[in-house]
Design a protein around this ligand. Structure first.
Ligand code: IPM
Ligand code: MG
Length: 359
């Protein structure tokens, strides 16, 4: 009998509950087919938690996550909470959960699916073969540095501090080298070492650890140049490692290369096997509750969880294969459909994928 794996399920806001419901169908199907056992526990987080508990990240939610082996997250946020004070914003909950769970590493793959290459705004010949992953540092830098306002003779001034210590840089850089070793063995370390002190430290650390990974071809790329090269030669990148804010920006850019943000999954990891898995897309309040959202990114997040946290490669492969089979058969949700009149809904897409999972 398989060991019971505990999964904290955070549906969140907007389309979150709809896409998570489809992912849960996939969990159930893999239990039936592969004999794995999952125990799911739902927790409130984000806007809905602000409404029901008065805080975006209730202690109870954190407890459920801390007791779990992995977290599956839908999406959080929406216009309803956009003008709230900082403590009552869903984003604050997101930063809080990353820090509290020690998730210092955020992996965001950007893969151009062959059958969808015309969905991008970029030319198909530029995108051909693009398969990269952004490894973003997630619990340091300007996001978490000291922030304050002060009065000056020129009026009010706002300050955000960007700080990184050697340990914070080294652990993420090592993880990126290890990921590169399992892929095409190319690592681009992105910084702004021509201007920023944190970037100069970043680059020193990369140079110090690089000799331990002699099989990985390393390049240092300045962040502005990287933004440009991502559009010019996306397929030449394999692994990109960078600090928190550069990673935030570059991972959105990389996602758009694929033209299918509704297809991309992500993982946030700490030191052990524990991980938080979520689609790259947001809560899409404009289409929420209408059975229009694409559940594939969340379903692929389950596959990523199986592979990275549980080591269930057989079930992960089966889910990924089911997704490609359904796409290859021509089924599309509205976001990726060329002929929108033939688009299917969230639940139909989920049911088709579930039916296509084979042992
Ligand atoms: C992301 C998001 C968040 C971030 C926001 C919502 C706080 O943009 O996960 O990329 O900046 O990290
Ligand atoms: Mg972002």
């Amino acid at each position: 009998m398989a060991e019971v794996k505990k999964i904290a399920v955070i549906a969140g806001d907007g389309i979150g509950p709809e896409v998570v419901a489809e992912a849960e169908k996939v969990l159930k199907r893999t239990e039936e087919l592969f004999g794995y056992k999952f125990q799911t526990e739902h927790a409130l987080f984000g806007g809905i938690a602000i409404d029901e508990k008065g805080t975006p990240l209730p202690q109870e939610t954190l407890d459920i996550c801390q007791k779990a082996d992995a977290v599956l997250l839908g999406a959080v946020g929406g216009p309803k909470w956009d003008n709230n004070p900082k403590e009552l914003r869903p984003e604050t909950g997101l930063l809080g959960i990353r820090k509290a769970l020690g998730l210092f590493s955020n992996l965001r793959p950007a893969v151009v699916f062959d059958c969808l290459k015309d969905a991008s705004t970029l030319k198909a010949e530029v995108l051909e073969g693009t398969d990269l992953i952004v490894v973003r540092e997630l619990t340091g830098g300007i996001y978490f540095g000291e922030k304050f306002r002060r009065e000056t003779e020129n009026g009010q001034e706002a300050v955000d501090t960007c700080a990184y210590n050697v340990n914070e840089v080294e652990r993420i850089v090592r993880q990126a080298f290890e990921i590169a070793q399992k892929r095409r063995k190319k690592l681009a370390s992105v910084d702004k070492a021509n201007v920023l002190e944190t970037s100069r430290l970043w680059r020193e650390v990369v140079i110090k650890v690089a000799p331990e990974y002699p099989d990985v071809e390393l390049e240092h790329v300045l962040v502005d140049n990287c933004a440009m090269q991502l559009l010019r030669r996306p397929s030449s990148f394999d692994v990109i490692v960078t600090e928190n804010m550069f990673g935030d920006i570059l991972s959105d850019e990389a996602a758009m290369l694929t033209g299918s943000i509704g297809m991309l999954s992500s993982a946030s990891l700490g030191e052990g096997s524990f991980g938080l898995y979520e689609p790259v897309h947001g809560s899409a309040p404009d289409i929420a509750g209408q059975n229009l959202a694409n559940p594939i990114a969340t379903i692929l997040s389950v596959a990523l969880m199986f592979r990275m946290t549980f080591g269930y490669a057989d079930a992960a492969d089966a889910i990924e294969r089911a997704v490609s089979d359904v796409l290859n058969a021509g089924h599309r949700t509205g976001d990726i459909a060329v002929d929108k009149s033939k688009a299917i809904g969230t639940t139909e897409m989920g049911d088709m994928i579930v039916a296509a999972i084979k042992k």
